[in-house]
Design a protein around this ligand. Structure first.
Ligand code: FAD
Length: 330
């Protein structure tokens, strides 16, 4: 009989700043914990991170398991895995969620291996069945053509990494109270095989699609790089961020960091322009949660119109110069 209990969220922090995805997962975890009538816990590892426990509680946790130790200053698989593994062995969570970030994916797969349990990667939907207590973790599969719901029937905890920006964080509530449980890692720096020699920050990364409020995204319908230049022009006039479909990236008109979709960024701006983009499912999964979507496409049957708030049927190469002029003079 499985005696695991509680929904856990790994609280990823960088330089003692909690990652947005961890707050989103506290929101998602709260719903699961309420359905199962169990506590929701945040799992916080780092150096000098105790001060973040209150934030974790304000965003929905009932409990915070914290290991605060200089050996956890920078993320390293070896130390973080040891800490998380120890907590799991001691407190036995039923469900454990991680952000699908580079560190979250690395940690979750290492922990799953050590605990001999399953892991659903890159989840975009979560639910739980109160009777069977099974986590229903769904993600696009077969090139995005179907949504697969994956169950972990035998092993505990049931683990999933979840894409940033697909779940909603709760509004912080400073009146919330919770319990902080402190544990020790029991590892000395000299025993750790991995050393962080230097941290090199990518100062050139200009594009931040995930946090953009307005995105002007272009597709193959722009014809060529010259046509795609109109996307940059409209984005400039609106103070927006440029986005692109994968076919545009593959054509070399723009870098991969601008790609929206299943194998690019997931975005939730207030306004998303989809211009000359067909609306393939792999693109749509990355932008369908935008507050407002304006699509321009010369094909009235283009599937992008299925998710658009407003649609303009016409030639983008004729419409864009007019829009740019109008916005410039506005
Ligand atoms: P097209 O499909 O060529 O569509 C161009 C559109 O422009 C058409 O609808 C056409 O009617 C319209 N058009 C043409 N001329 C004009 C004009 N003058 N004015 C206005 N409209 C015009 N794609 C992504 O975008 N992101 C991903 O992350 C992604 N991941 C993928 C992962 C996998 C495993 C696979 C198999 C595919 C993935 N794709 C992804 C690719 C995806 O399936 C589509 O091929 C791609 O999104 C199509 O790009 P597009 O809409 O720009 O081009």
């Amino acid at each position: 009989m499985l005696d695991n209990r509680g929904v856990w969220v790994f609280i990823e922090q960088n330089d003692n700043q909690i990652a947005g995805v961890s707050l989103e997962l506290l929101g998602a975890g709260r719903k699961l914990a309420d359905k199962l009538e169990v506590p929701l816990a945040g799992v916080l590892l780092g150096d000098g991170v105790k001060g973040l426990c209150n934030t974790v509680i304000e965003y929905g946790a009932d409990e915070v398991y914290v290991i605060d130790d200089p050996v956890l200053k920078n993320y390293r698989t070896e130390t973080y895995m040891a800490g998380v593994y120890k907590l799991c062995q001691m407190y036995k969570p039923e469900i454990f969620l991680y952000g699908a970030t580079p560190n979250g994916k690395d940690l979750a797969s290492a922990v799953a291996t050590d605990l001999s349990t399953g892991l659903t990667a890159d989840t975009t939907m979560l639910d739980v069945e109160p009777e069977s207590r099974l986590l229903e973790a769904s993600r696009p599969a077969f090139g995005g053509n179907i949504m697969a719901t994956i169950l972990c029937k035998k092993h505990r905890p049931q683990m999933a990494t979840v894409r940033p920006k697909v779940m909603k964080a709760l509004s912080p509530d400073q009146s919330r109270t919770g319990r902080v449980i402190e544990e020790k890692i029991g590892i000395k720096e000299e025993d750790v095989r991995t050393k962080v020699m230097k941290i090199v920050r990518d100062v050139n990364k200009k594009v931040n699609l995930a946090d953009a409020h307005v995105i002007v995204a272009g597709g193959k319908g722009l014809g060529d790089e010259k046509g795609f230049a109109l996307i940059h022009e409209l984005a400039d006039v609106l103070g927006a961020t440029v986005g692109a479909s994968r076919d545009v990236v593959e054509a070399g008109w723009i870098g991969h960091e601008y790609q929206v979709g299943q194998t690019g960024e997931t975005v939730t701006p207030k306004l998303y322009f989809a211009i000359g983009i067909s609306g393939a499912i792999q693109h749509v999964v990355g932008m369908k949660n935008s507050e407002m979507i304006i699509a321009i496409n010369k094909d009235p049957n283009a599937t992008i119109f299925d998710v658009a708030t407003y649609g303009i049927v016409g030639d983008a190469l004729e419409i864009l110069p007019k829009l740019i002029e109008q916005f410039r003079n506005a």
